[in-house]
Write a protein that binds this ligand. Structure first.
Ligand SMILES: *Cc1c(COP(=O)(O)O)cnc(C)c1O
Length: 357
C-alpha cells in the first residue's frame, strides 16, 4: 500500500484560467509565467495546456531547456536574463529571449558574435529595486544596444511593479507614470503587468501581460481568493486519515503539547507534513476538509503527519479522504493561516506525488 499523500493537477482548470486571462488581456499577448516548475505544479503535468500559451516565461536557462526538450516551440523569455557569455549561443539557438538588467550583460553582448541576433527586453527599475537599470541610464543603454549586431531591433522594454497586489497603495500609479515617460522613446514591445496588475489595471496592459499566479487559480490579492475572479484551483493536495484516536479532555496533541483537548474527542492523523511541503507554521485551526466537511488542524505539524479535529466529522474513519487545499478549500486561506502566501505553498509542495486529474 502506497502513502496516500498526493498532488492532483487539473490541466482543464489551467485552460479555464487561461481563457479568463486572455479575455481580460484583450489585445495584449499573454505570457504565462512557468518558473519554479510551473509554480510547483510540475511542467509535465501542465504540458498539454501550455501548448495553448503564446509565450512562456522562466527564470533560467535550465528551465527553458526542459520546456524545449518537452516539445514547447513558442518563444520563451528568461526573466533574469543570462549569467554567462558561454550560454549566449545556446540561448539564440533555442529561440529564447532575454531580459537585460545589469551592465555585465551588456558587456557580454559586446564580447560575442552570435549567429543570429538575440531578442532582448531592456528592464527598467521603476521602484521595485530588484532587477533593472536606473531610469536615467535607459536612453543611453538603448542607444548602445541599437549599435550591437548581436541584438534584434527594435529593443523591447519591460518592468515589474513592487506593490500591484496592494489595492490601496498609490505607488503603482506613480510607477506607471514613470514607465510611460521612458517608454515614449521605445518603438519595441512593452510589458509590465503581472497577475495583480492585469486584474486591477484594466486600461494599462500594453503589448504583453505576464500573469503567473492567476493561471494557477489563485488570487494575487491578500484577503481575496481565486473564485472571486472566477478562477479555478489547478492544484489540489489530498491525503487520508491513517489513524483515528479518542483523546481525553485535558490531554495534549503532538510535539510540544501546544493543543489541549477541551473535551473527550476524536482526533485524526493525516499522512502529510512539512516533509511533503505542508507549512510547518500552520496554526491550530488551519482549515482542513475531511470527507468534504470543514474542520481544523490541532497541534504542531510533524514531518510526515498532521492531526485534525474530528468533532465536526465524527463518522470519519481510517482511509477517509482529506483535502489540504485546492478543490473545496482555497489555498489562500491555508496560506494566511500559516503566515505566508499561496505562491510559497504551491512551490514547496513535493511534486514527486503529482497525478493528473
Ligand atoms: C513571477 C513573475 C511574474 C508573475 O507574477 P504573478 O504575481 O505570479 O502574476 C511576472 N513578471 C515577472 C518578471 C516575474 O518574475
Amino acid at each position: 500500500m502506497s502513502r496516500p499523500f498526493r498532488v492532483i493537477v487539473d490541466p482543464d482548470a489551467f485552460l479555464h484560467n487561461l481563457t479568463i486571462t486572455k479575455k481580460l488581456a484583450r489585445n495584449s499577448t499573454v505570457l504565462a509565467m512557468v518558473k519554479s516548475n510551473a509554480y510547483g505544479h510540475g511542467i509535465e503535468a501542465l504540458l498539454p495546456a501550455l501548448h495553448h500559451v503564446e509565450i512562456l516565461g522562466v527564470s533560467c536557462l535550465e528551465e527553458a531547456i526542459e520546456l524545449r526538450e518537452l516539445g514547447c516551440t513558442q518563444p520563451i523569455i528568461l526573466v533574469e536574463g543570462f549569467f554567462r557569455t558561454d550560454d549566449l549561443e545556446l540561448i539564440t539557438t533555442l529561440n529564447l529571449q532575454v531580459v537585460l538588467h545589469q551592465p555585465y550583460q551588456l558587456q557580454m553582448l559586446e564580447q560575442v558574435k552570435l549567429t543570429k541576433p538575440l531578442v532582448v527586453w531592456l528592464k527598467v527599475n521603476i521602484g521595485m529595486n530588484r532587477l533593472g537599470f536606473p531610469v536615467e541610464a535607459i536612453d543611453m543603454i538603448q542607444t548602445q544596444l541599437k549599435k550591437n549586431l548581436n541584438v534584434e531591433k527594435p529593443i523591447n522594454l519591460i518592468t515589474h511593479f513592487s506593490d500591484a497586489d496592494n489595492l490601496t497603495s498609490n505607488k503603482t500609479q506613480k510607477q506607471i507614470e514613470l514607465f510611460q515617460q521612458i517608454s515614449m522613446k521605445f518603438t519595441g514591445l512593452k510589458s509590465l503587468a503581472n497577475s495583480a496588475a492585469l486584474l486591477s489595471l484594466n486600461a494599462f496592459h500594453l503589448d504583453m501581460v505576464r500573469p503567473g499566479i492567476m493561471l494557477y487559480g489563485v488570487s494575487p490579492f491578500p484577503g481575496k481568493i481565486g473564485a472571486d475572479f472566477n478562477l479555478k484551483p489547478v492544484m489540489t493536495v489530498c491525503s487520508e486519515l491513517i489513524a483515528v484516536n479518542q483523546i481525553k479532555k485535558g490531554d495534549a496533541i503532538g510535539y510540544g503539547s501546544t493543543w489541549v483537548c477541551p473535551e473527550n474527542m476524536p482526533v485524526g492523523v493525516v499522512a502529510i507534513g512539512y516533509g511533503d511541503g505542508y507549512p510547518r507554521h500552520a496554526k491550530n485551526g488551519t482549515q482542513v476538509l475531511v470527507n468534504g466537511i470543514m474542520t481544523g488542524l490541532v497541534g504542531r505539524v510533524s514531518m510526515d503527519m498532521i492531526s485534525v479535529d474530528l468533532r465536526p466529522c465524527s463518522k470519519a474513519r481510517v482511509g477517509d479522504e482529506v483535502v489540504l487545499w485546492g478543490q473545496g478549500l482555497p489555498i489562500e486561506k491555508v496560506a494566511a493561516s500559516a503566515d505566508t502566501i499561496a505562491y510559497e505553498l504551491l512551490c514547496h509542495i513535493n511534486t514527486k506525488s503529482v497525478r493528473l486529474h
